[in-house]
Design a protein around this ligand. Structure first.
Ligand code: FE2
Length: 213
């Protein structure tokens, strides 16, 4: 879900073997966040994993002009004002590719999401395709809406609106198949509960409506 629902968004940071930082889906850089990031290392890469998660790209780029911006295939069409160094395709070879694999998730009418695998930690990084929004502190109205949308709590999964706006089921099935061949056990998502283990089974479960597994 995106647009009108109230929810938090997670920024994910990988410290590469070089010591530089790969920053996925950056949120607004408050002074506290900036200082916390700078303690980890120099910001080398900013990643917009789909065309919706554009919020922090420009402000972070302004703070760290030498950082390279990588974005999803449809990003520049939606955000022509945001400078991008490279739009990701499945053939993209990036300086981080030996540590982080990626797959463009084809087949959706709107969402041009790119999924990532941090190989050393066996961690899958998903942005909007799986959502497990925190229920605590949420009003009963929003809890109800999110439950119906299939994104509430640890039992959440692929949002209903994403399911309903799928354009090419076979293409998405092939992409899920690729992701499921990857070696991962942990899952980081942008909205809600992450998993430290058992992630492959959870991803398989989340997509069983499309894979038929
Ligand atoms: Fe999102």
């Amino acid at each position: 879900m995106y647009g009108v629902l109230p929810f938090t968004t997670r920024m994910t940071i990988v410290r590469l073997e070089s010591g530089g930082l790969w920053v996925h889906s950056p949120v607004q850089p408050t002074p506290e966040r900036r200082h916390a990031v700078e303690r980890l290392g120099p910001v080398e890469h900013l990643v917009a994993p789909n065309k919706i998660h554009s919020l922090g790209i420009m402000p972070w780029r302004a703070l760290y002009p030498s950082a390279r911006v990588w974005a999803s295939p449809g990003f520049s069409k939606r955000h022509p004002d945001i400078a991008v160094d490279a739009l990701l395709t499945n053939d993209t070879e990036a300086p981080w590719s030996s540590e982080i694999d990626h797959c463009v998730m084809d087949g959706h009418a709107v969402l041009d999401e790119v999924t990532f695998l941090h190989k050393p930690s066996k961690t899958l990084i998903i942005t909007d395709l799986i959502q497990k929004h925190e229920a605590a502190g949420e009003s009963w109205v929003w809890r109800g809406v999110k439950r119906v949308a299939g994104i509430l709590g640890e039992g959440g999964g692929v949002p209903l609106d994403i399911k309903l706006s799928l354009r090419d089921k076979a293409a998405m099935r092939r992409c899920i198949g690729t992701v499921l061949t990857w070696d991962f056990d942990s899952l980081i998502i942008a909205h809600g509960h992450c998993l430290q283990s058992g992630a492959k089974e959870e991803v398989r479960r989340a997509f069983d409506w499309i894979t038929g597994a």
